[in-house]
Design a protein around this ligand. Structure first.
Ligand SMILES: [Zn+2]
Ligand SMILES: [Zn+2]
Length: 243
């Protein structure tokens, strides 16, 4: 990308849009603004700038974050959660996506009832299926047999071949940001599919889309977007063929 885009949005706190499921939008806040601005003069820092505004009295104050700032904040949150909850970084990412990067709410709910949180986000403590020691295994989607090293599974243990996983992950990523909350292909299984598996099996193009959704989830979830911002978000995705 040759130029940067500045995304400046204003939030009013109570207008809501669910980034992951595309729920109803709320147009009743007429004073909000949203926009992308090309910033041709600022080509030294590749990426995007994301801003949000908050009302303080009658004035709005804007915070502009570059993509690199957001990635850094995400990394810090992931490290923090991983260390405090004694879980892997992949598991911490799953939790943070579900909790919309609200670390304190995540801590509160985790320490109040860890099992309930694990169940709701699909972080299983142990496999529901044990992998046999056979050298070949049958894929649960195409039902062909494959050498053990071509079979993968989420924490649940449901076995699927590399080709079927790739198809499943590609479809999810191209369906939108819901891929950040991806679950095992078994319809009856709620196990979360970790970022490590997605990044390992996705194509370069899909990996790029996934990581953009991941970055966007931070700013979108930090503050609920308003309708105008939602339109700009759509434009952004259309511009980069993310829809
Ligand atoms: Zn298969
Ligand atoms: Zn499963």
């Amino acid at each position: 990308m040759d130029s940067d885009y500045e995304i400046v949005d204003a939030y009013d706190g109570d207008s809501a849009e669910d980034y992951f499921s595309g729920g109803d939008t709320d147009m009743d806040e007429g004073d909000s603004i949203g926009g992308f601005e090309e910033d041709e003069d600022d080509g030294d820092n590749a990426g995007y700038e994301y801003g949000y505004a908050s009302d303080e009295g009658s004035e709005k104050t804007y915070t502009v974050l570059r993509e690199s700032d957001i990635r850094q904040r995400q990394e810090e949150s992931i490290s923090h959660v991983s260390s405090v909850l004694s879980i892997s970084r992949v598991a911490a990412s799953v939790l943070l996506c579900h909790y919309k990067w609200n670390v304190s709410q995540l801590h509160d709910e985790w320490f109040a009832d860890e099992e309930r949180v694990r169940r709701s986000v699909g972080l299983l403590s142990k496999s529901v299926i044990l992998f046999p020691n056979d050298s070949e295994m049958t894929c649960g989607i195409c039902f062909d047999s494959y050498p053990r090293d071509q079979i993968h599974s989420a924490a649940c243990g449901h076995p699927y071949c590399t080709t079927c996983w790739k198809g499943y992950i590609t479809t999810a990523i191209n369906d939108g940001p819901g891929c950040l909350l991806l679950r095992c292909p078994d319809p009856a299984c709620c196990a979360a599919v970790g970022q490590d598996m997605i990044l390992k099996l996705a194509s370069d193009e899909d990996r790029e889309k996934y990581s953009r959704y991941f970055v966007r989830s931070y700013i979108v979830d930090k503050k609920k977007v308003d309708f105008l911002y939602y339109i700009e978000l759509l434009n952004f995705f259309l511009r980069f063929n993310l829809l």
